[in-house]
Ligand binder design. Sequence first.
Ligand code: BGC
Length: 448
Amino acid sequence: MKNNVLKLIYVATLGGFLFGYDTAVINGAVGPLSDYFSLSPEVTGFATASALIGCVIGSAISGILSSRLGRKLSLIIAAILFLISAIGCALPESIEMLIVFRIIGGIGVGLASMVSPMYIAEISLPRNRGKYVSYYQLAVVIGIQIVFFVNYAIAQVGSREWIDLVGWRWMFASEALPAIAFLIFLFFVSDSPRWFAMKNMYDKARSVLEKIRGTRDVDEEINEIKHSLTIGSGSDKAILSEKKVPFLILIGILLSFFQQVTGINVIMYYGTEIFRSMGEGINQALFQSALVGAVNLIFTIVAIRTIDKFGRKPLLIIGSIGMFLSISTLGTLIYFNQFGIPALISVLVFIASFAMSMGPVVWVLISEIFPNRIRNFAMPIAVAAQWVSNFLVTQTFPVLEHYVHSAFPFWLYGFMCLVAIAFTVKYIPETKGRSLEEMEKVFGIGRE
Ligand code: BGC
């Protein structure tokens, strides 16, 4: 039944919610904790970026975990890591301990960022798979937004001294709540039928499919899954030597790369500085977050409503064109020292364009383009590439801005949008409505 599958999807999207929450919680906490521990700018920067190192590790091990232990158990591990990180970051005895717990949380993010969309793609029907994986992106965006308001609310509770001493601990601790909810809900979902099939547990695969499809008529889907798992020789090495598989993995890596090197997280992490130039009398941080958050949310919904109708490719192309125009305009405005409303509009158009394209579509594509036999092996590579690219972009932005020119990074991201458009037009086939088992045909891999 639709409702049965939706319940599982909602639980899995909580992984996305925690991804957003964990990566953004630091924004409110970093100032006070840097005062509390009297940190240098370098250590403050590292405390912020350390979670990304965890994300790379988490996504790199996500393939082994999700194939050996299953999708469900991997998500349970991610939830436990979120919980440990929330408590540990709230009560660290030293900055080193805080960094260790940030990395632990990052491992949870990396793990969930691979397993949640993979699980959603594996239990969805082809006709609404794009929509359901995009729910995951929506949850990421909501997580980013909610933690901002939580941090803001905590900051209103006490004096500046209280925030520096205690307030930031509550910001981290607040993550325990969604982590516990995620952990509890996970006990009520079953693993994906495709994972059961991989483990040769066809009876279990069938009973889960019957339950989530609300019908006993699942023979065709079971047979397709069986067929897709038995063709080819099976071992990773043999699969890799198969024509086109390395090429497909490269496509996954490049999709992730382009999602990051077109600059989204520079706006997400450093946007406040751009908004700081906007007039006075407004609570800048709240104003920025409310606007960016609302636009991000609304345009992710646009993607959800159109991705299975218009397809992935048109959204990617239209969105990337919008991203190119807006980020290059922003660079040009910065070059001429023109801030204010035009800069604000450029930022918002950029967020809107990303939210209706690269944001959700990249997650959808990397969770669906890999055939069953190689998904466990290939998807973690694509996701890890995303975290590595994220790290590179956010670490190099201040350097490029300082040593080259403050407009340069934005022009560079604009140029990357152009490359991304050319890449999409040439190499991305349309996957809407195709079953996961059909992907081998879509990409011309293996034999029939
Ligand atoms: C990206 C994140 C980004 C977020 C913004 C996600 O799809 O993976 O890096 O911060 O979108 O909404």
